[in-house]
Design a protein around this ligand. Structure first.
Ligand SMILES: Nc1nc2c(ncn2[C@@H]2O[C@H](COP(=O)(O)OP(=O)(O)OP(=O)(O)O)[C@@H](O)[C@H]2O)c(=O)[nH]1
Ligand SMILES: *[C@@H]1O[C@H](CO)[C@@H](O)[C@H](O)[C@H]1NC(C)=O
Ligand SMILES: [Mg+2]
Length: 488
């Protein structure tokens, strides 16, 4: 009997006097029930499972999270909406119980046979693979935006220039923390509607005529006088006809999201590049990216393409070009450079967040607090990593690939699966990194492969730093004094 009490007492075993709990005469009965109880429960459960699907679950029952007879079908109800989503994993047949209680013994042959509020998605079909465009794989283009009203014409031109069939691309923007008076959201809305109604090109051409386009497209600023000649010529060509065939074709869908996260660090070049604020700024950016991703990613997307607003030149076939590597890689990153003014040398590596990990950096990380964020490209953190930017050879083979550990966010193409399996942009310190670099590290740990393309380059706009602006105004003063350009 002592043995019986021990078995049914909960752990941990406290130093109590079991004498009090000693079963009295009625023990025999108790014993029986306790032993039979679980068995009875199991039988009832078993009967419920066998019959439950047919007789117990009515159409009123909340299907959220419940599983049907085959494991590959999950019902999800959109909260507050009358729509049931049937998510199907492989090509397996499954019985689908519709919301109104009708029962089908087979999947419908096509989606038109279902009522409007029921959707079937075969997630096995939304996997990023080579020959994406031929196989009509759909892409989600994600662009976070902040205080960038004047860069929107540039951004829309770059979107239009994409030769991947626009009708296979959904676009989602997240606008956050714009300062008072900034009209990013309004202009975004205006341009988006124009784009979808095929009225954007004339609108942008009219905009171009108002500002002389030199240096970065659409800017009249003084510094454009100091941009390299051949770069300016390239920019001029890039924004003039002839355009590719589908240039003005509407995108499949455009979504605009607005949410503030309390980012208070200035969006000016020198503000946002101070080393001390990088960790905080990058974590907040990570949060924005995760929100955008989680609201916009749909079951039919095979690819996710992250792009920053401030890219000036990018080959039109950037998606197709990077998708070629889908056989061996899950995430693809081009090289990102910028064209600084002539007095700084004509071109410069820009994005230093794409790198190959080094022993020195791993050692450095061990000396830091768990919460410290290493930011790349600052003297404070001597990592001695190989940066994708510096591996570039202007005449190198654009198809050459290096395997990366950290990535920058300027232009990330990833299979949607990477995110579906849970990778994200840590808004906390992950292995002493945050946001996109942490995304790289996390993806790597999850077994994904990251391809960096050192000789395939896209061009970030040049924004003058405070120092550069001082230098420029100095030179302008000299010019006025001596009547000509004189840089000593
Ligand atoms: N939603 C949102 N977007 C942001 C925020 N900060 C920057 N962005 C956008 O994110 C993209 C990248 O921002 P950048 O300011 O260029 O910062 P970065 O990615 O660190 O790159 P660089 O500063 O250019 O080296 C741009 O499209 C910005 O408009 C933010 O706090 N919220
Ligand atoms: C558009 O694509 C073409 C062809 O790849 C390229 O030469 C041009 O620079 C692109 N334009 C922009 C604005 O990037
Ligand atoms: Mg930028």
């Amino acid at each position: 009997m002592q043995h019986f009490i021990w078995r049914f007492r909960s752990k941990p075993r406290l130093p109590i006097d079991y004498g009090d709990l000693k079963p009295k005469k009625s023990n025999f009965k108790q014993f029986k029930w306790r032993k039979i109880g679980p068995i009875l429960c199991a039988i009832i459960l078993f009967v419920y499972i066998i019959l439950g699907g047919k007789y117990f679950s009515s159409s009123e029952a909340d299907p959220a999270g419940s599983k049907s007879k085959t494991d590959s079908v999950t019902f999800r109800e959109n909260m507050g909406q009358k729509s049931t989503q049937v998510l199907i994993n492989n090509n397996q047949n499954a019985e689908v119980q519709l919301k109104n209680g009708n029962e089908m013994s087979d999947l419908p042959k096509n989606e038109d046979d279902l009522p409007d509020s029921v959707h079937i998605y075969d997630l096995g079909k939304s996997q990023g693979k080579i020959k994406a465009e031929q196989n009509e794989q759909r892409v989600l283009l994600l662009i976070p935006l902040r205080n960038c009203e004047n860069m929107l014409p540039l951004m829309f031109r770059n979107m239009m220039n994409m030769t991947y069939d626009h009708s296979l691309i959904d676009v989602a923007f997240l606008v956050s923390d714009c300062t008072k008076g900034d009209r990013t959201l309004e202009m975004l809305y205006k341009y988006s509607i124009a784009l979808q109604e095929k009225e954007l090109l004339p609108m942008l051409e009219e905009h171009d005529n108002r500002v002389t386009s030199k240096g970065f497209y659409g800017t009249t600023d003084l510094y454009t006088r100091y941009m390299p000649e051949d770069y300016i010529k390239k920019v001029k060509n890039a924004f003039s006809p002839p355009y590719h065939e589908g240039y003005t074709k509407p995108f499949h869908n455009i979504e605009i999201y607005q949410k503030d996260f309390g980012q208070s660090i200035g969006q000016g070049f020198s503000d946002r590049h101070d080393v001390k604020i990088q960790g905080i700024r990058r974590k907040l950016m990570g949060r924005s990216r995760n929100w955008l991703l989680s609201v916009a990613l749909r079951p039919y997307h095979s690819w996710v393409y992250w792009r920053d607003v401030d890219i000036e030149l990018c080959p039109g076939d950037v998606l197709q070009f990077m998708m070629k590597f889908a056989k061996n890689f899950d995430i693809m990153i081009p090289n990102v450079w910028r064209p600084p003014p002539t007095f700084l040398g004509n071109e410069q590596p820009y994005d230093l967040n794409s790198w190959i990990e080094s022993d020195e950096a791993l050692k450095l990380a061990k000396t830091l607090d768990e919460d410290d964020v290493i930011v790349e490209g600052y003297a404070e953190y001597p990592t001695w990593r190989a940066h994708l930017a510096y591996i570039r050879d202007p005449n190198g083979n654009p198809n050459e690939i290096v395997s990366l550990d950290g990535v920058g966010g300027v232009s990330i193409l990833a299979k949607a699966e990477v995110f579906r399996r849970g990778a994200n942009f840590p808004a906390f310190t992950f292995l002493n990194h945050a946001e996109t670099e942490a995304f790289g590290k996390m993806s790597k740990q999850m077994g994904f492969k990251i391809a960096g393309l050192p000789h395939y380059t896209i061009w970030h706009i040049y924004e003058p730093s405070q120092e550069d602006l001082q230098k420029i105004s100095q030179m302008e003063r000299k010019k006025r004094r001596f009547g000509k350009y004189n840089d000593n």
